[in-house]
Ligand binder design. Structure first.
Ligand code: GDP
Ligand code: MG
Length: 342
């Protein structure tokens, strides 16, 4: 077990090194703060439990946050899921940009994934989940006589909506919702239909934190706690993202600064003053301002926005491919010399 984890860790470190070399994608304001080293023990425990339960389940239902379909899916989990059939659900889709979500569906489908965009909270597309599970089982060639009931395990990073999804699908409160993983003590199967059951202890996966952008995306969507990354910097990142998405200057309190080229901190302060959130001395109360902005964003009150784009992820893939090719070419170049030296 310990060996597996260190191998996993090594892989993460290697990917992070590559990511660090890859690019400075954000303004210096964000990039100058190092990426947190986040590896909580309870997540390791959850990972172990997930592995243990794998033999009980037929289908993995992987919840992804529609606003961050790249950051919230961690490829390091593939070895745990083995060759189990998987269904990827892009949850909270009512919070993400509609067109971008379509792009993501196309992107993942082209890579052989089964994908549906849902919104557990607003009950969007939940009726499509059971038929899709049945299709997956049929396709996987599982004979009905082998096991009458298909058992599904819900997995995903913290706060992606696993408990909400289970409750909505079951039509009653089964799992406690909230940002704390592992609330359920004992294992229990939730019957969704005659032929489909869910495991009520959701598997909690590590999010992907390779770059500052990943980390801030996670903080913004509440996949990791505000205190870890910092409330103010997360709020400033939100301002930066809203501006890039062409939404910022449509929001009251920011509208009058269009074209002024203020930095994110100045914009945050001005917004605080606009809202009347003042600290001693008449300065903006940055804690209250940040918390308010983050809350508005998470409730969807600032508009639908996707933080990962397919375009950006394809660029990353192209860059990494080039890098690997360069590495191979360099190795080839060195080899003949080694031989002649012998
Ligand atoms: N807008 C929206 N919010 C959601 C959705 N699913 C979950 N949430 C909210 O996200 C937060 C975390 O949900 P929870 O089910 O506890 O996540 P878990 O940690 O993965 O079990 C809660 O505040 C939910 O109300 C969704 O589809 N849309
Ligand atoms: Mg939960």
């Amino acid at each position: 077990m310990a060996k597996k984890i260190s191998k996993h860790r090594a892989k993460v470190l290697e990917r992070q090194a590559l990511a660090a070399e890859r690019m400075i994608t954000l303004p210096e304001r964000f990039e100058k703060i190092p990426v947190i080293s986040w590896y909580p023990g309870h997540m390791l425990k959850a990972q172990r439990e997930m592995r243990e339960k794998m033999k009980l389940v037929d289908v993995i239902i992987e919840l992804i946050d529609s606003r961050i379909p790249y950051t919230s899916m961690n490829p390091n989990f593939d070895p745990i899921f083995q060759d189990k059939p998987r269904l990827m659900l892009l949850n909270k889709s009512m919070l993400a940009n509609k067109e971008e979500t379509q792009q993501w569906i196309k992107y993942y489908r082209s890579r052989g994934h089964r994908v549906l965009a849902i919104d557990a909270f607003k009950k969007r597309n939940l009726d499509k989940v059971l038929p899709e599970i049945r299709r997956i089982i049929d396709k996987a060639g599982k004979k009905k006589s082998f096991r009458l009931v298909t058992r599904c395990m819900i997995v995903g990073i913290p706060n992606v909506g696993k408990s909400t999804f289970i409750n909505r699908m079951a039509g009653k409160k089964i799992a406690n919702t909230g940002p704390i993983p592992g609330v359920t003590r004992h294992q229990q199967w939730v019957t969704l239909a005659d032929d489909v059951e869910l495991l009520d202890t959701p598997g909690v996966m590590f999010p992907r934190i390779d770059t500052k952008a990943d980390e801030l995306n996670l903080s913004l969507t509440a996949g990791i706690k505000d205190e870890l990354v910092g409330e103010q910097i997360t709020a400033e990142f939100l301002i930066y993202k809203l501006e890039k998405a062409g939404i910022l200057y449509k929001i009251k309190g920011f509208d009058k600064y269009e074209g002024e080229e203020l930095d994110s901190e100045a914009l945050l302060k001005n917004y605080g003053k606009f809202r009347g959130f003042l600290a001693e001395g008449g300065e903006a109360d940055l804690h209250k301002t940040s918390a308010t902005l983050l809350h508005l964003f998470r409730e969807g009150d600032l508009g639908r926005i996707s933080l990962n784009t397919v375009k950006e992820v394809k660029e990353i893939a192209r860059w990494e491919k080039k890098k690997r090719q360069e590495k191979r070419a360099a190795e080839k170049w060195v080899k003949p010399e080694d031989e002649t030296n012998e």
